[in-house]
Design a binder for this molecule. Sequence first.
Ligand SMILES: NC(=O)c1ccc[n+]([C@@H]2O[C@H](COP(=O)([O-])OP(=O)(O)OC[C@H]3O[C@@H](n4cnc5c(N)ncnc54)[C@H](O)[C@@H]3O)[C@@H](O)[C@H]2O)c1
Ligand SMILES: [Zn+2]
Length: 369
Amino acid sequence: MEDYVKTVTIAVQPAYEARIENGLVCQTGAQLAELYVGGSLSVFVITNAAVRKHWGGALTDSLTQAKLRFQILEMGDGERYKTLATIEELATRLVERGADRRSLVVAFGGGVVGDMTGFLASIYMRGLDFVQVPTTFLAQVDAAIGGKTGVDLRAGKNLLGSFHQPRLVLIDPSVLGTLPEREYRAGVYEALKCGVIRNPQIFDFMEKEREAILRRDAAALEWLIAECVAVKAAVVGADERESGLRRILNFGHTIGHALEAETSYKQYLHGEAVAWGMVAASMIAAGLGKTDAETARRIISAVLAYAPLPRVTARSRNVARRLRADKKTVAGAVHFVLPVEIGRVEIVSDVPERAVLHAIDELRTLSQV
Ligand SMILES: NC(=O)c1ccc[n+]([C@@H]2O[C@H](COP(=O)([O-])OP(=O)(O)OC[C@H]3O[C@@H](n4cnc5c(N)ncnc54)[C@H](O)[C@@H]3O)[C@@H](O)[C@H]2O)c1
Ligand SMILES: [Zn+2]
């Protein structure tokens, strides 16, 4: 654990860094000043009331210390504010407060704040620089890296958006200390995903260090998050626009998305649905002989060790119908990311429907234990 990465480079054009360190929020001002040496920087922080309540003081103290001019804009809390209406409202407030093309926008919050701020930065006056300071587990290991930004439409999630890479990502694992327990665990599953798709060390660590991770041990989290960021960075660096490799990040997401949609996004947090999706994908992989029974068992046990998860009660046929509906919109087969061994997955497009139905039946059975 001593040899962890603290700076990860995301090798897109232009490249940028993600820095991971406990206490980093208190250095935000200094980090920004260093990035824009010589420029007179005007900073607009976008956040919400919950994040501001816990960590706003630490952030603003650091900006003050670095002698940066800054203003704070709050948006509503939750996915229901991830809309074009909020973008318009925030943009109007930016104009009123004098933001211009040289202003820097800082996203200070979870994935909702991050996706929205990135999208706003990509279109405000045809594009501003922005920096991510993610404050949820999910945003630190996933959403803040890779430049996908956007908002939801009533017709579906993330249907409007752009690719707009941040200039810098500042990750302070210690801010996860105030996350609600359920939100925290939802991020844990995405970390486990990083292990299965690309890095057996992450997986082993999460198997062995369950207690420390659930206790939010600072050193354990710093190591784990840095390793997950490195996985995401490697994948995004190889395939920025998701034409190939980046799809492996969707491990657990095919059935996960179907479960979320089937329950109208009310029963599961995203990471929880992905957790069930990883269990199902592992069962399917073992059933089709893509992986051995022991590998599937290890993945399933690791996921369930971080339970409780909300139960699966949806009917298998309805979930399968969701998958077919999805298939129409992408004009192709349903793609499953299936584990081959810990650290390696394969994208498979010819999974028979009976294998899917069987796996969802099994999720319901597991839910009853
Ligand atoms: N861009 C990407 O590549 C990408 C990837 C995955 C997910 N996403 C998006 O991310 C969003 C979900 O993000 P999320 O799970 O972070 O949810 P979220 O942003 O809604 O945050 C979850 C909750 O935690 C609160 N919170 C945040 N930080 C806190 C802290 N340190 N202490 C206490 N409370 C805190 C928030 O106010 C919120 O109520 C979705 O909209 C999803 O589409 C984007
Ligand atoms: Zn996800």
